[in-house]
Design a protein around this ligand. Structure first.
Ligand SMILES: [Zn+2]
Length: 329
């Protein structure tokens, strides 16, 4: 008889012996143990290296836009249903994640877009940027630049907190002049419907930071490593941003395309919330072709989390190739 304790034996030997016969029921009982379904949503954040930069994708929560056809009133409903079905996506409702990106350039912490903010107009699972930033170890005070693609509810309403003060107290804010002027126009804010609501919210979030606001221009550097790319249509001054560090190059596309199936496979489609749907489709096609041809990466605000990948020209549209999830730090 060995003097060694039972756990020093190989598992097979242990289980083959008389002792094994005694403890096997104890080991297997674990598998039968019931655990309550947690229902707890994990923090949405993901981090990867990007050249000399580090990118942290931080979720603000999901926008439930309801029936997919409602967002694309000019498009045949059957085509949308078939497209979603073929891609194993819900045909009942369209849910868009909100991926905010923090790019640490080594010199600055740059936040792209800010989510829907504290009023949570899309429900309790939205407006989560600040909580998820903290979960990712990033304090709001560390953000040096807030760079906005456009003036809509889900992109600029997270600039100001419930106390009326900036959520990112040390940040310079960047947006196009065209979008600032359009979405802070008092007269437009008095109009009925969603445009009026969007304007009131943009005024609440952009006017208090007017002193620290800088207007971006097409082709010009925003901060070192970030260049503005005008892409009007979804809004009058919608802007994408190229982020580059050495050979690593990607574009934060904002709302150039809202969904990796519908708007890549049907890039000409017109979205209900576009200010100029035709122009929006032209901008989408022009930039997607460039991203595909030049094999430039995509940082997408509304594609499936974490919204990082590539587009490739396929048929009449584009395919989406998400970056494999992996820690690359
Ligand atoms: Zn959006």
């Amino acid at each position: 008889m060995s003097a060694l304790p039972p756990f020093a034996l190989g598992r097979r030997r242990l289980l083959a012996g008389a002792l094994g016969a005694a403890i096997l029921p104890v080991l297997t009982r674990r598998a039968d143990a019931a655990a309550p379904i947690s229902g707890v949503r994990p923090a949405d954040w993901y981090r990867t290296r990007f050249g000399e930069f580090e990118i942290t994708v931080v979720g603000d929560g999901d926008l439930d836009l309801g029936e997919p056809a409602a967002g694309f009133p000019g498009h045949p409903r059957d085509d949308l249903t078939q497209l979603l079905r073929a891609n194993f996506r819900s045909t009942e409702k369209l849910v868009l994640p909100q991926n905010c990106f923090v790019v640490n350039t080594g010199r600055q912490m740059v936040l792209f877009d800010t989510g829907v903010g504290y009023t949570r107009p899309f429900g309790p699972h939205t407006g989560m940027l600040l909580a998820n930033l903290r979960a990712a170890g990033i304090m709001p005070e560390q953000i040096d630049a807030v760079v906005c693609s456009h003036g809509h509810i889900d992109h600029v309403w997270g600039i100001i907190g419930g106390d009326g003060k900036p959520n990112f107290p040390n940040a310079q804010v960047f947006i196009s002049k065209a979008d600032f002027d359009f979405w802070t126009d008092e007269a437009r804010g008095r109009t009925d419907g969603w445009v009026g609501v969007f304007v009131q919210g943009a005024r609440r979030n952009l006017l208090p930071v007017r002193e620290r606001l800088t207007f971006v221009e097409d082709g010009k550097e925003v901060v070192p490593g970030v260049i503005a790319v005008s892409s009007p249509g979804h809004t009058v001054g919608h802007t994408a941003y190229v982020v580059q560090s050495g050979n690593a190059k990607a574009m934060f596309i904002g709302d150039l395309a809202h969904h990796e199936v519908i708007m890549l496979r049907r890039p000409q489609i017109e979205f209900a919330y576009d200010t100029d749907p035709r122009q929006s489709a032209q901008s989408r096609l022009r930039l997607l072709r460039m991203l595909a041809q030049e094999r430039i990466g995509v940082m997408s605000y509304h594609f499936a989390f974490p919204g990082l990948g590539h587009v490739a020209a396929e048929g009449e549209g584009f395919g989406w190739y998400p970056l494999p999830w992996g820690v690359n730090l």
